[in-house]
Design a protein around this ligand. Structure first.
Ligand code: NDP
Ligand SMILES: O=C(O)C1=N[C@H](C(=O)O)C[C@H](O)C1
Length: 270
């Protein structure tokens, strides 16, 4: 089988650089393009420049040309560019791995709609460990379904622009679904001042932004006399990048449809 031609959007970003390394390391994939915005200082540089790698691919803002040479686009940027790339990928039949977080409901609906034209894996977190954590949380929430206060605590580096993290929100959705609650109705995002006593039906979120923390997530279930804490800590962005490349290779078997990392790992219905 020929190598899968993968382009990276946000090629000079924290994730973009590691994704370029992950594509170079995988035996079944080859870098076919590297996209940055038209104002980026990195335009024209070799996509491997930050890694000391020579890929032979120059960073470009010509999205159409990059897509014409690619089977799949891996996009870890911001919601607005990702949604622009999504429309182009859907029109060109280029598959997509979307790792960007912070979409609003309209953005998520656009991703769902585009998946009728092309195949997409969309996940707030591509690490195997976090996806196993989602799976475990479903079981934990079903067992601790009464009398436990549920809080989700996340910590990330000082540059992160969205809060709570996509992973924290997904943890909240998994727990709310398991308990038959609607996260939109029961989420509490931070507390200040005279808050009153805790409403037992709520799921609380707390956010830390500091230093170079790659990504820590804890789901806390607390009652009188005990508490259960399920924690995942990422110490390298390669865990996300390797997962995204694994998802791209997995997507070879699909021409349309919207999938997540649970599909890729075979964790659904287990
Ligand atoms: N799903 C997952 O597993 C993970 C998801 N993420 C998510 O990935 C996203 C990116 O994170 P991170 O790499 O830390 O962020 P960065 O800010 O480091 O990277 C984003 C990159 O995208 C570039 N960019 C901005 N606009 C465009 C555009 N129009 N076209 C192409 N590139 C563009 C930025 O350029 P410039 O800096 O010049 O603006 C930057 O190089 C975030 O949403 C984050 O939450 C992160 C880690 C794991
Ligand atoms: O911005 C980040 O860095 C990360 N973002 C993702 C999220 O919002 O959940 C995943 C990971 O935690 C790192």
């Amino acid at each position: 089988m020929s190598q899968l031609k993968i382009a990276i959007a946000g090629a000079n970003g924290r994730m973009g650089r590691v994704l370029i390394e992950a594509v170079a390391q995988h035996p079944d994939t080859v870098l076919s393009g590297a996209i940055e915005h038209a104002g980026s200082d990195a335009l024209g540089l070799d996509a491997g420049f930050a890694l000391g790698l020579k890929t032979g691919i120059a960073i470009s803002s010509d999205v159409d040309a990059v897509l014409a040479a690619s089977d799949i686009l891996i996009d870890f940027t911001r919601p607005e560019p990702t949604l622009r790339h999504l429309q182009k990928c859907a029109a060109a039949g280029v598959k997509m791995i979307i790792g960007t977080t912070g979409f609003d409901e309209a953005g998520k609906a656009a991703i769902q709609a585009a998946s009728k034209q092309t195949a997409i894996v969309f996940a707030a977190n591509f690490s195997v460990g976090v996806n196993l954590t989602f799976h475990i949380l479903d079981t934990v929430a079903r067992v601790l379904n009464e009398g436990y206060d549920i809080e989700i605590i996340e910590a990330h580096h000082r540059h992160k622009v969205d809060a709570p993290s996509g992973t924290a929100l997904r943890m909240g959705e998994v727990i709310a679904d398991a308990l038959g609650r609607d996260l939109k109705q029961c989420a509490v995002y931070g507390r200040e001042g005279h808050t009153g006593a805790r409403d037992p039906q709520t799921i609380g979120f707390a956010t830390v932004r500091a230093g170079d923390i790659v990504g820590d997530h804890t789901a806390l279930f607390a009652t009188d006399g005990e508490r259960v804490e399920i924690t995942h800590k990422a110490s390298s962005r390669m865990t996300f990048a390797a997962g995204a490349v694994r998802a791209a290779v997995w997507l070879r078997g699909h021409d349309q449809g919207l999938f997540d990392m649970q599909d890729v790992l075979g964790l659904k219905n287990r």
